[in-house]
Ligand binder design. Sequence first.
Ligand code: NAP
Ligand code: MG
Length: 399
Amino acid sequence: MNKIKMSTPLVEMDGDEMTRILWQMIKDELLLPYMDLKTEYYDLGLEHRNATDDQVTIDAAEATKKYQVAVKCATITPNAARVEEYKLKKMWKSPNGTIRALLDGTVFRTPILVKGIEPAVKNWKKPITLARHAYGDVYKNTEMQIPGPGKVELVYTAADGSQKKELVHQFDGPGVVQGMHNLDSSIESFARSCLDFGLSTGQDVWFATKDTISKQYDHHFKDIFQKVYEEEFCEKFEKANIEYFYTLIDDAVARVMKAEGGFIWACKNYDGDVMSDMVSSAYGSLAMMTSVLVSPQGYYEYEAAHGTVQRHYYRHLKGEETSTNPVATIFAWTGALAKRGELDQNEELSAFARKLEKATLQTIEEGKMTGDLAAMTTIPNPTILNSRAFIQAIAANMQ
Ligand code: NAP
Ligand code: MG
């Protein structure tokens, strides 16, 4: 058999714990037998991040700017326990946070639908992709407890020293205040990423805020989205027969529950934090969810939405077999390979990625799956496989 060739490498970011074990299995069983896999390898495993003072994470993000497409394994974000466990020089920052800051991207999360794993919302027939703005608002706020009577004001001091003031509240007793901000540049690139993703996947884009109540703040988001849409996307959307749709956030929530899916839901930072957990659990599981970081410059980083599955890894270290679900990690690879194929006009490569996805879903639909899915499937008497046996069953379907 002729192996599939690649002209441009993928940026490969290896990771930690159980997902690092799955990573190697996927390469050995599902990729290397069929293709001359070309990657530029960066080891983002915690030991190597520590050894390089986290420079490897920055290098991997820079390489993504060079090659445009990356695939990333889940990684540990150190906390105090990890600093002790890995004898770290310091509590290194979240690699995802570092990469997101360097690529200025938006994360899009889409459930992977398969027969036998039914969404809790019965009319959801197609995936809903959630796009969360990742800068500002309550995540970069300033807060203050107000101990007693007094006046709270917002004060803006311009570069020339002139001031603008707005009364927040005249307190008669104790209370609390919060100030938050966002940036036009960040909102604009969020809007552009969402509209671009809609265009490239042929799906409508929904965006919602509470602009009737927040007449300056939320209304500003609405205006910026509208401006980016009109100036850069309106004609392209009409040609592609897709729609940009703005509504109030409470109306959006009600409509989402009655919709059949198949659109992108762009959310402000807080809304996205809350709604992504609701949407992903209603669709089934984080192990059945794709996640891609898209930058406004057109860089793509594919990953799984879940973590390193630490508890399974400790069982693996004790020599026990684990039934860890590799689907989200397989789809990170197929997403990256398909995008590489698209950019390089390498149709064979894109077709291979789609076949691997199909073989993965077919394996589950045949009743062969990992324990997490077996616990929720509507397929009677599923066969529970360990990770390697499940991956080998996919390989058999690939053949
Ligand atoms: P996790 O790795 O997502 O796992 C939490 C639990 O969810 C697991 O113990 C397991 O439940 C279930 N689970 C998650 N993925 C699964 C899969 N593929 N197959 C089967 N079950 C799965 O979260 P965590 O254990 O809280 O975090 C572990 C590490 O991951 C942390 O150090 C964190 O920093 C890191 N993390 C990384 C990323 C990323 O790189 N994108 C994201 C989140 C967390 P059972 O044990 O009940 O089977
Ligand atoms: Mg959250």
